[in-house]
Structures are given as structure tokens and as C-alpha cells.
Design a protein around this ligand. Structure first.
Ligand SMILES: [Zn+2]
Length: 374
């Protein structure tokens, strides 16, 4: 997510390159300023991505993993074709996010929006990077608790724990929250990509949080659990007008449509934490920051949500289950379980589901829970 608040002017210039080869990719334009080198890169598939420093970006703040970039280059989709229906994956160990049937560990699995091994619907394993202050950790904790209270997402604090499975040697997929200081963009990966992945939070994310607005932190976490930008919906032109003349080349990238391999719930949601506000002060996105980059169809402004909306919650609740951290493989559900329409399951329904998840056994073995403090 790009910074919405005060933003210092950066001198920028745009110049053209002719067919500059870069790992087989062609760079066609380059923006530079005093903090980062940016360029638009056209992939073999015709899809354009942004390169900033060593990373390739999708939609402004989503870093592409090497596997996602390769797929986008070769197929035009972030990860090949999804053949099956989207559904919760119930075969994962909730805490390690590895398949419980270890014989299948090496198989390619289609777990959700993309057919990779690591787009997972179990607990989100995370660590606090050593560079965070205790105040910053406190803000992240509040964002995590907010998501836990409103959705089926559950987080497992693995700070200081091994990052590899001690028996099988596989890297655990986990999110590393870190501070990146004064920057106009906070970043995340889309879905879980395997092993360590950063959620990089700029100062403005923490400044907003100090005023009680955890929207930026929640937005970046929602990318890591698989969500894309609301304004990328394929049907968005029925709901918003975009002022293309007020967008920089980088800004235009924020409005690419996602037309394959993605799942939306409900109508366009102006309140989504994943949708941008109409106005930004980031001159890497807009040319005239006094004007909106897009509006509702009636011309009124859109304000970015500061927490998950009801439709955001439906997306998450449809795909995730709220597991309790345990040392064994029993899949214990937390006290409150939402269905895909944000309805809380009755206790009878919850126990029924828990039994289904555990070969008919509704009763968690005693003593299996492990501490999970944030
Ligand atoms: Zn974003």
C-alpha cells in the first residue's frame, strides 16, 4: 500500500531504453529518483510488471516470488491455470502448514488460488524481525488481534523457533514482519510463497497505527493470505471511473485487471481494506495529487477501509478455519468459527465440523495445546 499522508516531493525523470535485456525481460521505461530505481518491464506474455531494485512488483506493493514471476512471464497468469474449485485445504497441519500425510510432502499441490505448494489455508506462521521496536510489535499485534476477532484467520507466533522442520528438513512457510523506515510504500507477497517472506512496513504504517488506524498493516497481511486489490476486479469498470490522465506509468499498473485465477465474493466493495482511496499524495502514482485517481461512478470519492469489510471477511472466512495451536496433529477449532457468510456456527455445528476434520473424533486430546502469545 502506498502512503496516503504527507509525502516529500521527489524529483523524478522518465527516459526510454530501447530493448535493454534484463534476464530475458525487456525494460521499456525507467523512472528514477533519489531513493530507488524503478522500471516497467514487459514480460514475454505481454504482461507489464514494475522492477524496483532487485524486486519485481505487481500492483504497486505486491512483490512477485521467482516462481510467480516465471509463471507471469510464460503464461500471463500469476501461477498457471487453476483447474479445481477453490476450497479450504483440510489436510494441512495447522501449525506447520505442511501436509499431515508426509508421504505427499514432495507432491505439487493445488491448495487454493494458485497451484503452488504454499498457498495455504491454515494458521499464518509469523515472526517479528529483530529490527522492530516493542511499540511497533504492539501495533502489529493489534492488527493481528483485529483480524482474529473478525475472521477465521489465526496466527502462530514462531519468533525464535526453528524455520525448518527438524524431522523432514522442509522450510516452514512464514511471514517476517519488519520495519523499513521512511518509505512511501509498504510491501508484501501475495499468498504464501514458501519459506520466509517479508511484510515490509514503512514508518507511515506505524504512524497510522499510532492514531488507531491499522489499515496499512492489515492490508499487507491480507496480501500474504492471498488477497489482491479491489480495484483490480475484472468487473470494476461497472463501479468506478479511472482518470488515466492523472496516473503515472507506475500508477496505471495499480489498475491492471486480474482476469484469471482469482476469486471474488460479492459485488464491488468500496469499503474493502484492499481497495485504494481515490486520492493519494504519492507522486509515483498520480501526476496531480489534488485530483482523484479514480472515483465511484457518481463521481464521489472512495476512502480506503481501515479494517476488513464484511465482504473482505466473507472472502477470508470462506477459505480459512480458525485453528488452535497444538503440538499434535489434531485439528482443534477455536471457540468462534464463521461460515462463508460471516455467520457464527452454533456449538453443535462447530463440534460437528471439528469431528469431520478429525476422522469423526470431536474431542481434542488433553495437553496438546502449545503457547501462542503475540
Ligand atoms: Zn496492496
Amino acid at each position: 500500500m502506498k502512503k496516503i499522508g504527507f509525502y516529500s516531493l521527489l524529483l523524478s525523470c522518465v527516459f526510454l531504453f530501447s530493448c535493454q535485456e534484463d534476464e530475458g525481460l525487456v525494460a521499456v521505461s525507467q523512472n528514477s529518483n533519489d531513493s530507488a530505481l524503478e522500471s516497467i518491464v514487459i514480460l514475454k506474455s505481454g504482461v507489464e510488471v514494475e522492477k524496483r531494485g532487485e524486486n519485481y512488483f505487481f500492483g504497486g506493493d505486491m512483490i512477485l516470488s521467482p516462481e510467480q514471476l516465471r509463471s507471469l512471464d510464460e503464461t500471463g497468469a500469476i501461477a498457471g491455470d487453476v483447474t479445481g474449485d477453490l476450497e479450504r485445504d483440510l489436510s494441512l497441519n495447522p501449525v506447520t502448514n505442511l501436509p499431515i500425510n508426509v508421504d505427499n510432502l514432495l507432491q505439487t499441490r493445488n491448495l487454493g488460488i494458485y497451484p503452488t505448494s504454499y498457498n495455504l489455508w491454515a494458521m499464518v506462521r509469523f515472526v517479528y524481525d529483530g529490527n522492530l521496536t516493542s511499540t511497533q510489535k504492539g501495533y502489529i499485534k493489534q492488527a493481528l488481534l483485529e483480524l482474529q476477532s473478525k475472521t477465521n484467520l489465526r496466527f502462530y507466533n514462531a519468533t525464535g523457533e526453528p524455520t525448518k522442520d527438524p524431522v523432514y528438513g522442509f522450510d516452514y512457510p512464514y511471514v517476517n514482519f519488519k520495519s523499513i523506515g521512511d518509505s512511501d510504500v509498504s510491501t508484501s507477497y501475495v499468498g504464501r510463497i514458501g519459506g520466509k517472506q517479508d511484510i515490509s512496513l514503512a514508518d507511515f504504517a506505524f504512524r497510522d497505527a499510532s492514531y488507531g488506524d491499522y489499515g496499512v498493516i492489515i492490508h499487507e497481511i491480507c496480501h500474504a493470505v492471498g488477497m489482491l486489490h479491489e480495484q483490480s476486479r475484472p468487473d470494476r469498470d461497472d463501479y468506478v471511473n479511472i482518470d488515466w490522465n492523472n496516473l503515472t506509468s507506475s500508477g496505471k499498473k495499480q489498475f491492471d485487471k486480474q482476469t484469471t485465477n482469482y476469486h471474488y465474493r460479492g459485488n464491488y466493495d468500496y469499503n474493502s481494506v484492499m481497495g485504494y482511496g481515490s486520492k493519494t499524495t504519492s507522486l509515483s502514482i498520480v501526476i496531480d495529487k489534488s485530483k482523484p485517481m479514480y472515483t465511484k461512478k457518481d463521481g464521489s470519492l472512495i476512502y480506503q477501509g481501515s479494517t476488513v469489510s464484511n465482504l473482505d471477511r466473507m472472502w477470508i472466512n470462506y477459505l480459512y478455519l480458525p485453528y488452535v495451536a497444538r503440538s499434535d496433529v489434531y485439528r482443534e477449532l477455536d471457540a468462534i468459527v464463521y461460515d462463508g457468510d460471516n455467520r457464527i456456527l452454533t456449538e453443535q455445528e462447530r463440534l460437528q465440523l471439528q469431528a469431520q476434520l478429525n476422522n469423526g473424533n470431536p474431542n481434542p486430546p488433553a495437553g496438546g495445546r502449545i503457547p501462542n502469545e503475540f
